[in-house]
Design a protein around this ligand. Structure first.
Ligand SMILES: *Cc1c(COP(=O)(O)O)cnc(C)c1O
Length: 400
């Protein structure tokens, strides 16, 4: 008689993630605890999401209050928390209006739709194409996967949605190809996160903006990972001296509560009218409360200033490790979005850290990615550097 397949604990969950061999059940501040009660210093922040640490008190209080008041009423009604968060995001950015959704991919979907409608409204229906860049990451839905210029993400899902053209990132020569008469927008990450933590070069991004402005092509920045304080300013674009037409946000916006947003300048946002776009859950009172409470902390005087100060220290400490260990090839990023390129398999380093009670992640095979909570303490940063030094001194990464 044939036996039924062995019952696997995860068998009812679709197998789309490689998971770490620990199960986290509780978090507070910079720490998480697994089922066995082991405590870990979390230098991933739920992939740049829990930027104020786990279960931050002020967000928890406001969410608890909102939980007892109203969860959902649909966008058939005016939602005061939505107006409030939209006002604050426009006040603190170069954009004027906000569409709310629930994830990063949805925010980019909204941006892509808006760019097409904008071209049509400008009387240029032939401009339907959006330019994205090699090694980018813009999401996993049908359209955002097509926007993502990575072969391995497309594989098996052909036909890939049309309407995207891919150019090399940080390549001055490629900029002349931006305007081919068919382009309505450029969608770009200012620091490619999933693609290996590659910051855009200052000159290149300025030249990109110039090319866009000349041809009235929209400059859309995907700040889903870099936004909401992650790089030391509320938005990363502030540090590049540009003024994008569209900004997409998600990860850090709700401190771990799902919130996505697409911001646009007024003349562009005007292309969305009732019926153009929508989302059942987008901008619900709970999500808006999480977003508002997150901004309350981020916009406190000195908060982001302190993030930059701590980040400078961490970069310096990592640079010292690089000087001492040949196994470290490069340290790059901004604020608390940091990539450390290693000579070897970054996943092995991730395991070594985990064994020593610190959670970190990768961005590609050779890049260790660390995303500490913006509220990380000096002591926690010192503990991280101490452990990193220990791992490098013990391991095969030590090649003096
Ligand atoms: C995470 C991420 C996305 C996708 O966000 P989801 O919420 O997973 O849909 C898109 N762009 C960038 C830059 C990201 O880091």
């Amino acid at each position: 008689m044939s036996q039924p397949p062995a019952v696997n604990e995860l068998s009812a969950v679709m197998n789309v993630y490689n998971r770490f061999p620990i199960t986290l059940i509780r978090g507070k501040g910079s720490y998480v605890w697994d089922e066995a009660g082991k405590k870990y210093l979390d230098f991933t922040s739920g992939i740049a999401t829990c930027s104020l640490g786990h279960v931050p008190d002020t967000v928890q209080d406001k969410l608890t209050e909102q939980l007892a008041t109203l969860w959902h009423c649909s966008n058939l009604f005016t939602i005061p928390e939505q107006k409030n968060l939209a006002n604050r995001l426009s006040q603190h950015s170069c954009c004027d209006q906000v569409f709310f959704c629930n994830s990063g991919a949805e925010a980019n979907e909204a941006a892509i739709k808006l760019a097409k409608k904008f071209a049509k409204d400008q009387g240029k229906p032939e401009r339907k194409e959006i330019v994205t860049f090699h090694q980018s990451f813009h999401g996993r839905t049908g359209t955002t996967m097509a926007a993502t210029a990575q072969e391995k993400i497309h594989q098996g899902f052909e036909p890939i949605a049309p309407g995207f053209r891919y150019l090399p990132f940080n390549d001055q020569n490629a900029l002349t190809q931006i305007d081919n008469g068919k382009t309505t927008a450029v969608l770009v990450e200012l620091i490619q996160g999933e693609g290996g933590v590659h910051p855009a070069e200052q000159d290149w991004i300025l030249a990109l903006q110039e090319h866009c402005q000349k041809a009235d092509i929209l400059l859309m920045v995907d700040e889903i990972q870099t936004g909401i304080g992650r790089t030391g300013t509320l938005f990363a674009y502030e540090q590049f001296g540009i003024k994008p037409d569209v900004i997409t946000l998600a990860k850090g916006l709700g401190s771990g509560f799902p919130v996505g947003a697409m911001l646009a300048k007024g003349r562009v946002a005007a292309s969305f009218q009732p019926g153009s776009h929508g989302s059942t859950f987008g901008g619900n009172p709970l999500a808006m409360t999480a977003g508002g409470a997150t901004l309350d902390v981020m916009l406190e005087k000195e908060f982001l200033h302190e993030v930059t100060e701590k980040s400078n220290w961490l970069f310096e400490a990592l640079q010292n490790l690089k000087d001492n260990f040949e196994g470290i090839k490069d340290v790059r990023g901004k604020g608390f979005l940091i990539g450390i390129e290693v000579d070897g398999n970054a996943a092995e380093l991730v395991s070594a850290f985990r064994d020593k009670g610190i959670i970190v992640l990768t961005a590609g095979q050779q890049v260790l990615r660390i995303l500490p909570p913006l509220t990380v303490s000096w002591e926690e940063m010192r503990a991280f550097i101490h452990t990193f030094n220990e791992i490098l001194a013990e391991g095969e990464y030590n090649k003096p």
